[in-house]
Design a protein around this ligand. Structure first.
Ligand SMILES: Nc1ncnc2c1ncn2[C@@H]1O[C@H](COP(=O)(O)OP(=O)(O)OP(=O)(O)O)[C@@H](O)[C@H]1O
Ligand SMILES: [Mg+2]
Length: 263
C-alpha cells in the first residue's frame, strides 16, 4: 500500500478546519465541506458524486487551484481570468503530494471550456518560437468542433502520460458511446501513470473499476460502492422498466392536478 500511495501525484486533501472561522457561510456551509476532515485520493481515479448543489464543483475547483491550476480551467500555463467566480476554499486546503511531480495536467471546468478554446486562439495569435498551441489539441480550432468533439480532441491529443487531470462533468457533451471511449482513453492514461479526480453524474464513467467514489450527501462526504450510488440505482431501475417508473411518476402528477381542480 505505501508504495502505491507514494507514486501518486496527490494523495490526500485535508481541510484546515482550525483556520475556518465559521461553517455558516458559503463555501463552508456546503454539505461536502461542512463535515469534511480529509479525502484520500485513489492513486488512479477518484470520483465525486452527489446531488446538484451538493458542492462537488466548489470542492473540485478548490483542489485544482490548490494544485496550481488556473481557477478558470486549462493547463498550469493558462493564466486567463474572465470572471472571478471561485470561492476562498482553496486557501483552507492542504494537499499531500507524492515525491514525483506530474509532467502535465488539465483542469476541465464544465462551464468554461469555451474560454479555454478562446485562450488557445489568443495564445496562437501572439508571436512565439514554439509550434502553435493548437497543435497539441489536434490542430483544429476547438471552436470549430462540436462540444463533444472538442472534448474528445482534448483527451486524445492534449492529455498524456504522467498527468494529473481534474475534470468537472466531462460527460456533459458526450453520447453514451463517447463516454465508453472516455473510459477506454482514461484507462490508457492510468496505465501511463496518470491520475484523475472527477466530479460526475455519469453512471458509465463512475463504473471505472480502479477508483474510489465519494458521495456528497447532506451528512457530508462518504465513500460508497458503485452499485450503491443513486446514479446507478436510478438509472438501472429506470432502464429495466421505463414504463413502470413513468407510470408512477406521471400518474402522481395527474392525481395532483385533479386534486388541484377540486380545491
Ligand atoms: N459564489 C457563491 N456564493 C454563494 N453560494 C454559491 C456560490 N457559488 C455557488 N454557490 C452555491 O453552492 C452550492 C454548491 O454549488 P456547486 O456548483 O459546488 O454544486 P455541484 O455539486 O457542483 O452541483 P452540480 O451537480 O449542479 O454541478 C450551490 O447551491 C450554489 O448555489
Ligand atoms: Mg458542479
Amino acid at each position: 500500500m505505501p508504495t502505491v500511495i507514494s507514486s501518486q501525484f496527490a494523495s490526500r486533501v485535508t481541510l484546515l478546519r482550525d483556520k475556518v472561522e465559521s461553517f455558516a457561510a458559503y463555501p463552508f456551509c456546503l454539505p461536502a465541506v461542512r463535515t469534511l476532515e480529509q479525502i484520500d485520493l485513489h492513486p488512479k481515479v477518484t470520483f465525486l458524486v452527489g446531488e446538484n448543489g451538493s458542492g462537488k464543483s466548489t470542492l473540485l475547483e478548490a483542489i485544482a487551484i490548490s494544485l496550481g491550476f488556473n481557477a478558470e480551467g486549462g493547463t498550469k500555463n493558462f493564466r486567463f481570468d474572465t470572471r472571478v467566480s471561485h470561492s476562498v476554499l482553496h486557501e483552507y486546503l492542504r494537499i499531500a503530494k507524492g515525491f514525483k511531480r506530474p509532467k502535465t495536467g488539465f483542469f476541465l471546468r464544465a462551464e468554461s471550456f469555451f474560454n479555454v478554446a478562446t485562450e488557445i486562439e489568443n495564445l496562437d495569435a501572439e508571436p512565439s518560437f514554439g509550434p502553435p498551441v493548437i497543435t497539441f489539441y489536434g490542430s483544429r480550432s476547438l471552436h470549430e468542433q462540436s462540444h463533444g468533439e472538442s472534448f474528445m480532441s482534448l483527451l486524445t491529443h492534449r492529455f498524456g502520460p504522467d498527468g494529473l487531470y481534474i475534470l468537472d462533468e466531462p460527460e456533459a457533451a458526450l453520447s453514451p458511446q463517447r463516454q465508453l471511449a472516455v473510459l477506454s482513453r482514461m484507462h490508457d492514461l492510468v496505465r501511463e501513470r496518470s491520475q484523475f479526480v472527477i466530479a460526475t453524474h455519469s453512471p458509465i464513467l463512475m463504473a471505472y473499476p480502479d477508483a474510489w467514489i465519494y458521495a456528497c450527501t447532506k451528512d457530508g462526504l462518504a465513500r460508497i460502492a458503485y452499485r450503491d450510488t443513486e446514479h446507478y440505482q436510478v438509472m438501472s431501475d429506470f432502464l429495466q422498466n421505463p414504463e413502470r417508473m413513468l407510470r408512477e411518476l406521471l400518474d402522481r402528477r395527474d392525481d395532483e392536478d385533479q386534486g388541484g381542480e377540486g380545491g
